[in-house]
Design a protein around this ligand. Structure first.
Ligand code: NAD
Length: 246
């Protein structure tokens, strides 16, 4: 059943973003699915959700490009109405020793992981402030909470998202807008596939609950923070990591 609300999920064609899109659609949100390159995957997701009676629209935009992602948000708003829920999920990661990090790599990580959220939030805020309602969920990482060897750039961007979340939560609470963060642990997606099965098995063993997370585990956390059940919760970082950083 439609909630009458519209959500926009960045990087929504696969992995955690896709699980978030599916969950929000099942909860009745009309969902804008931002994708970077995976037109076929995003289109298939749109088709799948429409077949279930949900409202979904795939839109291409690189979140690091302000004009492109703002245009994508406006396209979704024209189809479904203003954005009530923004999920900043798009992100990139690569492992490098700190002394090997180039200016180009450092700036690209910030452009996608941090500027992306800066762009999307500025695009949805005028309406949210006008109606004095709205919810924003940023996808950080346990590595942004704890730090990670050979992931200084990634960890720094993910820590920046936590700073952004807390600051905006304070600034926007009087406007009725909540801003929260989910910090996933090790989640089985394309992003961690590069680590290889042996390392992933080690990581699963190191996780107190004894397994890696699924994209759906993260989607549950996003759904909770996004919805009315969390109406008194803002500026928080909800760690979904099976106890990994305890
Ligand atoms: P993923 O690589 O499958 O998904 C990332 C998504 O972001 C992809 O759809 C990709 O196309 C999109 N994307 C990348 N650059 C983009 C850009 N410039 N513009 C628009 N979209 C872009 O990995 P995932 O694990 O699903 O990651 C989703 C989020 O969760 C990321 O922010 C990631 O940092 C975070 N995260 C993942 C893990 C994990 O273990 N998988 C842990 C902590 C946090």
């Amino acid at each position: 059943m439609s909630s009458g609300k519209t959500a926009f999920v960045t990087g929504g064609s696969r992995g955690i973003g896709r699980a978030v899109v599916r969950r929000l659609a099942a909860e009745g949100y009309a969902v804008g699915i931002d994708y970077l390159q995976a037109k076929d995957q995003a289109g298939a997701l749109e088709t799948e959700l429409r077949a279930q009676g949900a409202r979904a629209l795939a839109v291409q935009a690189d979140v690091s490009d302000r004009d492109a992602v703002t245009a994508a948000i406006r396209t979704v708003e024209e189809a479904f109405g203003p954005i009530d829920l923004l999920v900043n999920n798009a992100g990139i990661a690569e492992q490098h020793q700190f002394q090997d990090i180039t200016d180009e790599f450092w700036r690209r990580l910030f452009a996608v992981n941090v500027d992306g959220a800066f762009h999307t939030i500025q695009a949805v805020l005028p309406h949210m402030i006008h109606v004095k309602a709205g919810s924003i969920v940023n996808i950080s990482s346990i590595w942004g909470q704890r730090g990670a060897s050979c992931e200084a750039a990634y960890s720094t961007t993910k820590a920046a998202l936590i700073g952004l979340t807390r600051s905006l939560a304070m600034e926007l609470a009087p406007s009725g807008i909540r801003v929260n963060c989910v910090a996933p642990g090790v989640i089985r997606t394309d992003m961690v596939a590069v680590l290889g099965e042996e390392t992933l098995a080690d990581l699963a063993r190191e996780t107190p609950v004894g397994r890696l997370g699924s994209p759906e585990d993260v989607a549950c956390a996003v759904s909770f923070l996004a919805g009315d059940a969390a109406s008194f919760i803002t500026g928080q970082v909800l760690t979904a990591d099976g106890g990994f950083i305890l």
